[in-house]
Design a protein around this ligand. Structure first.
Ligand SMILES: [Fe+2]
Length: 420
């Protein structure tokens, strides 16, 4: 019986191909699954249950038609659109394209004036290659300049192969298929897929080219957003540093509090989105000090009750200042407002207790104390880590900080590997 006489079933988009009784149907991909002596080649997002059904059908003599290549590429490109952060987007782009082409690694390079630059690479080619500018007289440069997909199957003999990257990544590139990445009629970079045993063919080139067209806009907007938010963060840090300096704090205070807060948040399994907000909130937790007069903020001697009341207002001022920024929501504002509140009600400005204090207020609060004690100030030396943890531990016993947060702080201190 030949195929035309058989019952034909169309497969789901995630099925690239399968090997049955020594015959290959469709194409291999990187993810292989053996079910009932059939080797299936699938993309991420496949269903085990469905594969079992397909295996049964194949065994009954039904011909399962693997997914059309074009449909598969459109499917994987569409999946990428839910991703917001550049790092994750790149990882997904790379792993998906490696999977569908059955290749070892992939890189994305963006065009910057007269050279190309790697964004970030995962997989076997990962390493410190992001900082190396790739000249236009290279394979990636040639792909970009010619503006078309190209295959290089014998790199050994190719004089334009730029060895700097392989060297830095301790990776040996054997073959490459690469395409310019397009946004409408403008080239923005290059995607290269590396090392497929046996080399790349025309089908592979077609996949990469289509994929590069489909991801262009998403990649560009995510890249620009990332560049903007990095620049924005630098501006915030500059403001925070100015405030720290005025208060005779080390210029690193806001940066440190932000770093510790994010690490604590990570240990508490906060989402990426919350971690970003937490970082923003922690960088600016003391921004309200702008509203405290020098005569009080910088007073060397003991403060009067009234002066101390004024200092306490930096939390309220901070929340007020932050509320003027469109991006700022309740969580971010609470970090500034509540970082001096304590669980036992002994803090300020409101003397809130336990659950009344927001998560950001609690995290930034403990990170703030941790940094204040462990760094040198004009009025005190830096304390040793064991002293810092002992004193905060005493505060935990008094009910000021939570046991849970303290445990995370101890873990963090160990990670940071401070001298004790
Ligand atoms: Fe503060």
């Amino acid at each position: 019986m030949n195929i035309s006489q058989k019952r034909i079933v169309e497969s789901p988009t995630w099925l690239s191909g399968y090997l049955y009784e020594g015959n290959l149907f469709g194409r291999p991909s990187k993810i292989k699954l053996s079910i009932e002596n059939i080797e299936f080649y699938v993309l991420e997002g496949y269903s085990d249950k469905f594969l079992k059904k397909l295996a049964n059908l194949i065994k009954q003599g039904v011909y399962v038609n693997p997914a059309n290549l074009r449909d598969q590429v459109v499917y994987i490109a569409a999946k990428l659109n839910s991703n917001l952060r550049l790092n994750e987007l790149l990882k997904d782009i790379q792993s998906e394209i490696c999977n569908i082409l059955n290749a070892d690694a992939a890189s994305i390079l963006m065009y910057e004036q007269d050279h190309l630059r790697f964004l970030v690479t995962v997989g076997k080619a990962s390493g410190k290659i992001e900082s190396i500018p790739v000249p236009m007289e290279s394979i990636a440069g040639k792909i970009f300049t010619e503006g078309k997909v190209l295959i290089f199957n014998d790199l050994e003999k190719n004089p334009i192969h730029f060895k700097g990257v392989d060297k830095a990544a301790k990776f040996k590139t054997e073959n490459i298929v690469g395409s310019p990445i397009w946004v409408e009629n403008e080239k923005i970079g290059v995607i290269e897929v590396l090392n497929k045993s046996g080399g790349f063919d025309k089908d592979d080139a077609e996949i990469v080219e289509l994929f590069a067209k489909l991801i262009g806009r998403k990649l560009l907007s995510t890249w620009q957003y990332e560049k903007f938010s990095d620049a924005f963060k630098k501006v915030l840090l500059a403001i925070a540093t100015a405030i720290d300096k005025r208060d005779n704090y080390t210029h690193q205070h806001s940066r440190n509090v932000a770093r510790y807060s994010v690490e604590l948040g990570r240990k508490m399994n906060l989402s990426q989105q919350l971690l970003e907000k937490l970082e923003f909130s922690a960088i600016l937790h003391d921004v309200g000090k702008i509203g405290i007069p020098d005569s009080i903020l910088l007073k060397p001697g003991k403060l009067t009750d009234e002066e101390y009341q004024t200092i306490k207002n930096h939390t309220v001022y901070g929340a007020e200042i932050l509320s003027q920024i469109k991006y700022v929501d309740r969580d971010i504002m609470n970090g500034a407002l509540e970082h001096h509140e304590r669980l036992d009600g002994s803090g300020y400005p409101y003397g809130k207790r336990d659950g009344e204090i927001s998560l950001f207020g609690r995290i930034i609060g403990i990170a703030d104390v941790f940094d204040a004690l462990s760094t040198k100030r004009t009025y005190k030396e830096a304390w040793t880590l064991s002293d810092v943890l002992r004193v905060i531990g005493e505060d935990v016993k008094k009910g000021k900080f939570s046991e849970e947060l303290y445990e995370k702080l101890v873990e963090l201190a160990n990670d940071l590997n401070f001298e004790t």
